[in-house]
Write a new protein. Structure first.
Length: 112
């Protein structure tokens, strides 16, 4: 849906937001990231990387983007059988997690 540049821009915005809320995090190097990305330094998680409080608002730029809105309008219009031009949405959680083990398993994972 997004160009690589747009994806990088959205992700950078989310990472900057996480760092503002949790200034003890450091992404300067991978070892520093592994050292500072701990449960003690970040907002509470429902599951590893799944945040319902604290960081979830950082996903609104993606959720409200024209690209995402267009997809949902097209899909919902098709499902309803008539054009839908206005949408209402919510955002209850966001997945934000660096590439630090443990990684997702084939069973029981609910990345969304």
């Amino acid at each position: 849906v997004f160009t690589p540049d747009a994806c990088d821009t959205y992700m950078s915005g989310m990472v900057e937001g996480v760092q503002k809320i949790s200034p003890q995090l450091s992404i300067e190097t991978y070892p520093k990231l592994k050292q500072t990305w701990t449960d003690r330094n970040i907002m509470p998680q429902v599951r590893k990387g799944l945040h319902q409080h604290g960081y979830s608002f950082l996903g609104w730029p993606v959720r409200g983007s024209e690209e995402v809105s267009t997809i949902f309008k097209e899909v919902y219009s098709d499902l309803r059988g008539h054009p839908v031009t206005e949408l209402v949405t919510s955002l209850d959680a966001i997945n934000v997690r660096p590439p630090i083990p443990p990684f997702a398993q084939d069973t029981g994972d609910w990345a969304h």
